[in-house]
Structures are given as C-alpha cells and as structure tokens.
Design a binder for this molecule. Structure first.
Ligand SMILES: Cc1cc2nc3c(=O)[nH]c(=O)nc-3n(C[C@H](O)[C@H](O)[C@H](O)COP(=O)(O)OP(=O)(O)OC[C@H]3O[C@@H](n4cnc5c(N)ncnc54)[C@H](O)[C@@H]3O)c2cc1C
Ligand code: SF4
Ligand code: SF4
Length: 1005
C-alpha cells in the first residue's frame, strides 16, 4: 500500500449510497458515511481495523428497527455497538455499525422491592449504579471499564468483574433480553415458562439441539465459571461450576448473553440488582515467590472473599516509580514481595468481616507464610490501593515504541489448583518467543490477564499464533477455558471450534441459522470466524506506513523502540518514524475508551456535551492516525476531516493527565494548527487573537476606544461578522492602569533585570505578569505583590529589554503561528534566565501562560535555557505553599468569614496542581475550602469567545460549573484562570477571584 493510498477505507458503492440515503429519509438518527467517521468506527480496543460500510446513531428503537430493515433489504450486514471497548475486535466489521451509546441509555423501569431494572442497551454501567445508589442497590458486574461499558456491550460480551467470584458474570445477573431479530420480529427471552411466540419456538429449537449434543457438551464444555466462548448451549444442562440460575431453572435470556451481537439487536435488558454491601475489609497477602501466590489462591477462596486480585512485581515496581502511588503501594507491602494478592471481604456485618480477615491471617500462617498479611480494615486506604491496581495496568499500556502488550490469550481461565503450573508454563512459552508478560487481575477465578509484548508491524503476527497455539495446549491440559472474560471477536473466534469440537460448533451454526439465516448480524463472528492472524484485519499491518512531515514540536520522545523482554526504550529519535514521533504519539491511543467518561477529571469536555465519537479524544486520535498514515487521502492532516475532529477540542490538556497512555491532544492540536498555518492563510480571527499581546500596549493607552465594542451592540455584531468573535460575549475590558504603570507605587525591586538580579537577596522572587493580568486584570498582580511583600519577599517584576512585559506567546501558539510564538518565547526566556540561573523562583498568575513555560517551551527547540527557566517557573500558589511548608511564609491573617469554592483551571488540573490551590487558601485561618467537581469551564482561551463555539462553550459550563456557582450562596468563588473567571461572570453573573486576591483580602493590615 502506498502511503497516500486511501484504499483501506471502505469504497463508496451504489449500495452504500442507497443505504445512507434511505437511512436519512426514513429515520431521525445520525447517518455517518464519510471516510473519517467510518475510520473512527473501524477500531476498538483490539489490534484490528475493519472499516464499516457506514455508521448509524439511532435516536430510538424505531430508528433501530428501520435501520435493520433497510440494511437487510440492501444486503448490508449490521453490527451493534456500545462504547467499543472490546479487546478482541467484536465491534469492527464491514457492516452498518449501529451505535446505541448516544441515545439509547435510559433506565426504563426500576422495581426497588423486587431488585430489578429494565434498561436500554446504551446505558453505561456507572450511570446505572449512580441511579441505584440511593436505593442501596447496585448492578455488581464491576468491569474495569465501568465508566464506559454499556449494559448492551456487557451482555454482548458476557462481561465479568473483579468480584465475579461473589456475584458471577453478566449471564448470572441478566433476567431477560428483548431483541430485534434480523427479520424485524421481536423476541422476548426470559424464564422458560414465560416465553411465547418467537421466544418459545427458539427455546424448543435450542433445547432439541442441546439434547442432540449432550455428550459432547458434557465432554467438551469447560467447567470453570469464566467461560465466555461460543453460545451458551448449556443453559439446559449447565456445565459451569456456577449454574446460570440459583434454582436450576432455565432462562432463555442466558442464551443471548455473550452472543456478541450475532443473533439480534438487544433493545432492552432486565437485570437482577444486588444490595450494596455496607462494609468492606481488605487483606493484602505478600509473597516472596510468584508461584506461591498462585498456589495460595485456591485456599484463600475457601474463605469466601468477594475478590482476590493479583498484582505482580512488575506492577508493584511501576507503582513505586510513580510519586503519587508510591506511599499507597508501600503501605501494602512487607519487604520486597514478588507478588501480592488483594483479598477483599464485603457484607453488612463489619465485625464478621473483621473475623474473616483474621481468618485470612491465620490461613496464611497455616500455609507457612506467617506475617505476610497487611490488614486494611478501613475503606479509604482500600480505595487508594484499588486505584493503584488499575493504574498499574495503564502504566503498562503506555509502553512507547511499536512493540505493545497485545491481548489475545489474556483471559484464559484455568482451575485454581493448576494456576501455579499454568502461569509458570506460559511464562516459559513467552521466553521461548523472546518476550515476557506482566500478570495481574482475577486470581479468584483463575483468570489472569497477561499480554506479551509483540510488534504487530513486524514479526508480531507469527509470534502471536505460536504463543496462542502453545497456550491452547496448556488450557486443554488443565481443562480450562481459552476465552474467559473479554469474548471471542476476531482474535478468539477460531478457537471456538477447537474448544467445543465439531458437533457443538455445528450446533452454534444451527442457532445462528435459525435466528439469522441471511447472516444480517455480524457475519463471520462466532460461526465461520477468520484466522486471528489475518494481517488484512490488523490496525498496524506490516505494510502500515506514515507520511513524511517535519513536525513543528519535538515529538522525539515517542520516536523510539522498545525491547520486549526488558522494556528498555531506545534513545529519543531512534524509532524510525517519518513524522518525527508525532505518529507514534498518536498511535499511543489503544482505543480503550477511557476518555468516554463523565466522572471526576477533565477529559473530555467536548465528548461530555456531544457524546460524539468525533468529539472524543479517541476519535481525534484515530482521525489523526488515519491522516498520518495516508488512509484519509493526501494532505489529510491539514484537511477538513481533521479540522472538524479538532474543532471542539478546547486544548484543556485533560487527556494529557487522564488518558492512561498519555495521549496529549492539546499539543497535537497545536501541531496540526501549525502545520495548517504553514500551508494556508490564517483566518482574521486567529490573527486578531494571536496578535493581542502586540497591540495590548496601544489598547491600554486608548482603553475607551478599544472597549467601545463592549458598549455598542452594533459594533459587537459588526465585529462578529468581520472577526468571528461572538457578539453575545462581553470581551475582557482593557485597563489604562496596567500593572507596569502601577509598579512604581508598589516598592518593587528594580525592573531592570540585570541590576535587579545582582541585587537579589535570599528572599527574592520574580513576578511575571502575563498579558492578561497586565492589561485586563492588573489587580491580581498587585494583590500578589501585596501578599509576597507581607511575607517579607523582595518582588522583582519581569520585563524585557524594551522595558515591556514579555508575553509567553500562547495566543500565537493557539493560532498556529509558531514562528511568532518562538520569538516571543525566546524574549521571555532571555528576560527570566538571569533569575532562573540563580535559582530564584519565577512566579506567574495565569495557569495557561505560566504552564506553557513548563510544557510547550520544552518541545519548541529552545534549548537548555528553556529547561532552566522551566525548573524555576511556578504558579503563585505553588510558591506560597512551598514557602509555607519550609516555614518561610507566615504573614499575619484575618480569619476567613465566608466559605471558598474553587474551580480549577484545566491546565492546573492537568499538572496536578489543585492541591496547591486548596492548601494556599487553607493558610487563611478558619478557611472552609472546597472544590467544584468541574471539567473545562468552556471558555478555554478564545474558544468560548468565538461565535461558532459559543453554544458549545456554554454547554460545557452548564455541565457542572455554572450550576455549582449559582448554588454557592455567599461562598467566595475562586478561579485562577482569566477565561474561567469570564465564563463564570458571563454565565452566572458572579465575580470569581484569583487566589492572590483572596489571600490579599485576608491579610491583616
Ligand atoms: C482497559 C480495559 C479493561 C477491561 N476490563 C474488563 C473487565 O474487567 N471485565 C470484562 O469483562 N471486560 C473488560 N474489558 C472489555 C470490555 O470493556 C467489556 O467487555 C465491556 O463490557 C464492553 O462494553 P462496550 O459498551 O464497550 O461494548 P462494545 O465493545 O461496544 O460491544 C461489545 C459486544 O456487544 C455487542 N453489542 C453492543 N451493543 C449491543 C446491542 N444493543 N445488541 C446486541 N449486541 C450488542 C457488540 O456487537 C459487541 O459484540 C476491558 C476492556 C478494556 C479496554
Ligand atoms: S485517547 Fe487515551 S483514553 Fe481515549 S481511547 Fe485513546 S488511549 Fe484511551
Ligand atoms: S485537550 Fe481536552 S478537549 Fe481536547 S481531546 Fe483532550 S480532553 Fe478533550
């Protein structure tokens, strides 16, 4: 394939044209048939890529029914999809993909007394559990992807959580399934006695089949609970160690759990809910030997824990290397163990749980491991430790280079008594193939996750097959299940016949034919699947290539390769990436879908308001990957599809922090803007905003003139027509009393940097007032000076060689004007370097400006000087807290009289700096400080001021920030970002204050 050859995307055919136009004419759903949309739905969290014919996002069941009918008539297969977090390629196919996650997400009925709920398939598990919490209930299939996974997808995959030993898999918790079949008929599946019509006929058919294969089922069916392969033909004669129902009755719904969308579209599910346990205790068992850990699992489960989860030495070390996790993991360790098992007991009787925890300690003594248990009876440390276990996996997945941990035998399940031998033998298999795996997860049920590092662009496929073959022999030897958690999809489909034998496999085919004779739903899945190593299905096939470009930023840290056995990384720039590392940075997105979240954290505000794959970090990364690999045609990087995907990215850097693999879309957007700027004329709006620091001095001399636009609606409308700046927005007001003009009255040290730096004493600090705090809100800088001086600091104001305040160049960066930005950056570094070289702190007020020095400046080719300045650059509150902790900051305070409610700027959150803001405010005696759980405020630099983005901006703000501010009563609203303060003023008519102003206000005179 040539780099610019777009042939890997689905060609437009008469059928696809007819399909899209009929969908548009006959439904209310979104019809997405363009190349980029199809490309975004061509992948899931697997190694595969298959481009769909088109994508349909239905608004309701009627849309789904119409789409199935139209697709069937045009002979286009249909593939249902939820969050697309499957690891085996279940949600990719040359089909019409129907994405139910955007609109089909309601709880249709809830019966608290009967503890049942009826839900639509696109409802996310965490969202269901949030609604149940108040009733003391939950749906206990606690998959790791609970913040993303939809109930429909969980049913499709027969998903299983960490606590499956106590609560079972999805199949054990589904009471009924309501399906739309290929021929348009409805099928209601539930308890056998309740069935009628299609349901009853299907039950009769399947029972006859099951009877005809009874001896094969008995002989071939794995008896472990964690078996999710094929169809559940054993519902009439259960083989699992945990039967499908408690009373031995048969429920036809269980046949449809784990069918991976191959038999019909699930329109609704009836779920069995469980009371929330009132208490939990945790025992962390430390093992000096990995295999002792594996061997002990079979004994530990006899104490009836709700989870037994493994963390091996590699993960322990990864957690130890992270400053945030180090104290947490170390609190669970005794010495330097090779592995730990997290053993959780939960229930309503805390005293009984504590007794069981002591029983665990005794058990380990009996197993000749006395003193090996760290007891954690309290929930806070337990929670922290569970977070570490999750994060360890994420760190593992963030391995740079083309070799990646690949999931294909990651969930084989073996009986516990063989776990030790199995893991030892598989470790040997990895070693023979020149790789290794890190082990983690569900020791309680014999399902350990392990992903050998393979390079699918080179020899990965051959190794994958060889390892899979050897692993399958081990699974057979130990009478386990080859597919134990994540489903079959493309990577395990071919092992179904191997697992169950020809007769049962033919029975699966018969079921498929009975319900879907024309293979409308997901053809070649479960029945007649392709080979797992069919390279034409790979995301990174051996012929995968990237285009040649010269990136503007330094991406060389990603341009590396790794050693699969040691995970050692080659030097930056040595990875052979034709885009200088940009492509490899983009390819770090493994589609795990973590960015589809609505809980704490910033990522991803544009997805939160749209629920569109296009406006999601994952969707953007996929669009960029397709563009960089030429799959969207020539010049796609600067073309429309990429621009549209990035349009609502507010550059909040939420993904930089929250994405498990560190996809930094904010920087990628700057890179694309720069590439675009180099090829196309810059729009007037971008020039007006980019150049703002250049005309700021003039504007401050004639503020009445520049502020006229805020006084006249006609002028505002005219300005919108010319520049695209929204007439609905008040712009920040220019001030004539800039910080520089007020400086003489402030007892600052000399504003000549060289004189100043030589005179600087031990208590010197440099205050850098950025363009916004200089010209629009100088009171913040004045307040900062007051606070610093009250604590005895000599404040030096940064200024350039022309006597003006140097700007960081951020506005140029956002506009793609990197040459201008670099010039500005150079000037600022020159101004600050003399101080930085003497170790004098450089304090800034505006998070987005100051943190540019610590982020973008380091990848703009500015050399060591940039690193020296970055090392001393800190936000005002960071400095205050550092000094207070060192006992050097102790001004006199007045008591706080009002509570303080803080909204964090996205970049503060991305750099993990919010604790500093809270700590600084808590220096005020009696301060009651709390955080608003908010994502981006929606203003995001110039984003919210643009007419085209005004609505999106307000919707982001309304997600949680503005409602919280409106409900804040007499609290002081604190926000360090200038844009955030303006958004709060615009949207809630409340004045928010910079932390410097709040502290200055509380100074005792
Ligand atoms: C980092 C990571 C951790 C994971 N941890 C776990 C874990 O702890 N336990 C676990 O079991 N899995 C885990 N998974 C796998 C995956 O997240 C789960 O299987 C999840 O339940 C899939 O939900 P989804 O909404 O993403 O479904 P999708 O991936 O979108 O779909 C899953 C299947 O369901 C079918 N489907 C979806 N909607 C419908 C519908 N309306 N009608 C019929 N069929 C439908 C699809 O066709 C597909 O076959 C993990 C994945 C990742 C990336
Ligand atoms: S962008 Fe990050 S969080 Fe989102 S799917 Fe990709 S890797 Fe996961
Ligand atoms: S920078 Fe913010 S808006 Fe852009 S993709 Fe990342 S989280 Fe989403």
């Amino acid at each position: 394939m040539k780099a610019e050859d777009p042939s890997r995307l689905q060609p437009i055919t008469d059928t696809s044209v007819a399909l899209s136009s009929r969908l548009r004419a006959n439904t209310r759903g979104e019809v997405l048939f363009d190349a980029a949309s199809c490309g975004r739905y061509a992948t899931d969290a697997s190694i595969y890529q298959v481009v769909p014919v088109g994508v349909f996002v239905p608004t309701d069941d009627a849309d789904v029914r119409a789409a199935i009918q139209i697709a069937r008539e045009l002979k286009v297969p249909v593939l249902p999809r939820g969050a697309g977090t499957s690891q085996c390629g279940q949600t990719v196919g040359a089909c019409l993909v129907i994405d139910g996650s955007k609109h089909l997400r309601s709880v249709l009925a809830l019966d608290v007394d009967a503890r049942t709920a009826r839900v639509q398939p696109g409802l996310v598990l965490d969202h269901l559990n949030a609604q149940l919490k108040g009733h003391g209930l939950w749906f206990p299939v606690d998959v790791s992807t609970s913040a993303q996974a939809t109930l429909g997808g969980m049913a499709g995959n027969n998903s299983c959580g960490s606590r499956s030993i106590a609560y079972g898999n999805m199949v054990h918790n589904v009471l009924g399934a309501h399906l739309r079949l290929a021929d348009g008929a409805a099928l209601h599946a539930g308890p056998l006695g309740s069935l009628g019509g299609r349901g009853a006929a299907t039950a009769r058919f399947v029972q006859a089949l099951a009877d005809s294969c009874r001896s094969d089922i008995e002989a071939r069916w794995p008896h472990v609970m964690r078996r999710v392969a094929g169809y559940n033909l054993d519902i009439f004669h259960p083989q699992s160690e945990r039967p499908y129902t408690d009373d031995g009755s048969v429920n036809l719904a269980h046949l449809f759990v784990g069918t991976e969308g191959t038999l019909g579209f699930i329109e609704a599910l009836d779920l069995q809910l469980t009371p929330l346990p009132r208490a939990k205790v945790l025992g962390v068992v430390n093992f000096a030997n990995f295999h002792r850990a594996m061997d002990s699992a079979q004994h530990i489960v006899k104490l009836a824990p709700t989870a037994v989860e493994l963390v091996d030495r590699t993960m322990i070390e990864l957690a130890r290397a992270n400053p945030a996790f180090k104290p947490v993991i170390e609190s669970a360790l005794i010495g330097a163990p090779e592995a730990i098992l997290l053993v959780e007991f939960s229930g309503d009787d805390r005293a009984a749980l504590l007794t069981t925890l002591h029983a665990l300690v005794e058990l380990m003594g009996d197993l000749r491991l006395p003193g090996s248990v760290v007891e954690m009876p309290d929930e806070a440390p337990q929670k922290a430790l569970w977070e570490v276990r999750k994060a360890g996996l994420n760190i593992m997945m963030s391995l740079k280079g083309d070799g990646k941990p690949v999931s294909f035998i990651e969930d084989c399940a073996v009986p516990l008594e063989h776990l030790s031998e199995y893991t030892a033998a598989l470790t040997d298999v990895f070693a023979r193939h020149g790789t290794r795996g890190t082990w983690y997860a569900h020791a309680s049920v014999g399902t350990l996750h392990v992903r050998p590092i393979l390079d699918m662009r080179r020899d990965g496929a051959a190794k994958m097959r060889a390892i899979a073959e050897e692993a399958s022999l081990l699974v057979r030897k130990y009478k386990g299940a080859y597919s134990g958690e994540h489903g079959d999809g493309l990577c395990r489909g071919e092992w179904i016949a191997w697992q169950f034998g020809p007769k049962v496999n033919e029975a699966f085919r018969a079921i498929k034919h009975h319900l879907d004779p024309d293979s409308v739903f997901c053809p070649n899945r479960i029945v007649d699947p392709p080979r797992m190593d069919d390279a034409s299905l790979f995301r990174f096939a051996p012929e995968y290539r990237t285009i040649d470009i010269q990136p503007v930023f330094d991406w060389s840290a990603w341009n590396v390769q790794n050693d699969p056995t040691t995970e050692a990384i080659s030097p930056p720039g040595s990875g052979g990436d034709s885009t200088g590392g940009l492509a490899k940075a983009v390819e770090m997105c493994n589609n795990n879908g973590h960015c589809r979240k609505f809980d704490a954290g910033t990522m991803c505000p544009s997805y939160r308001i749209t629920r569109d794959e296009q406006h999601l970090t994952r969707g953007r990364a996929n669009t960029l990957r397709l563009a960089l690999s030429g799959q969207l045609g020539p010049d796609a990087l600067t073309g429309r599809a990429v621009q549209e995907a990035l349009d609502l990215c507010v550059g909040c850097k939420g993904c930089k922090r929250d994405c498990p693999t560190g996809v930094d879309m904010a920087r990628m957007k700057l890179e694309v803007q720069a590439q675009r700027h180099a090829r196309r004329a810059t729009p007037l709006k971008d020039r007006v905003i980019g150049r703002l620091p250049d005309y700021a001095l003039w504007a401050s001399r004639l503020p009445w003139l520049f502020n006229l636009r805020n006084r006249s609606r006609a002028l505002a409308r005219f300005a919108q027509r010319v520049s695209g700046i929204s007439a609905r927005r008040q712009l920040p007001e220019w001030r004539s009393d800039t910080f520089t003009r007020r400086a003489p009255a402030l007892r600052l040290a000399s504003r000549d940097n060289l004189l100043s730096v030589h005179a600087a004493g031990a208590n010197a600090v440099v205050l850098w007032s950025d363009t916004f705090n200089e010209y629009f809100e100088p009171d913040n800088a004045v307040a900062a000076v007051r606070v610093l001086q009250a604590a005895g600091y000599t404040v030096h104001a940064a200024c350039g060689s022309n006597g003006r305040v140097p700007c960081c160049g951020r506005t140029h960066l956002a506009a793609g004007q990197t040459t201008l930005a670099r010039t500005k950056a150079q000037a600022l570094i020159t101004a600050l370097l003399p101080f930085a070289e003497r170790g004098i702190a450089i304090v800034g007020l505006e998070p987005s400006c100051l943190l540019t020095l610590r982020d973008e400046y380091l990848v703009m080719g500015l050399g060591d000087a940039a690193r020296t300045v970055a090392a001393q650059a800190m936000l005002f509150e960071e400095f205050i807290v550092r000094e207070a902790r060192a006992g050097r900051f102790a001004p006199e305070w007045n008591e706080a009289e009002q509570p303080m409610l803080v909204h964090g700027h996205c970049h503060q959150k991305a750099f993990g700096l919010m604790d500093g803001v809270l700590a600084a405010l808590r220096l005020v005696p009696g301060a009651q400080v709390s955080m608003i759980e908010s994502s981006c405020c929606g203003m995001a630099g110039s984003f919210g001021y643009e007419a085209a983005h005004h609505d999106a901006s307000m919707r982001m703000a309304e997600l949680s920030l503005l409602p919280a501010v409106r409900a804040a009563g007499d609290s002081i609203i604190v926000a360090d970002g200038t844009s955030c303060r303006h958004q709060i003023a615009d949207g809630a008519s409340r004045r928010a204050l910079h932390v410097a102003q709040v502290l200055a206000y509380h100074l005792a005179d």
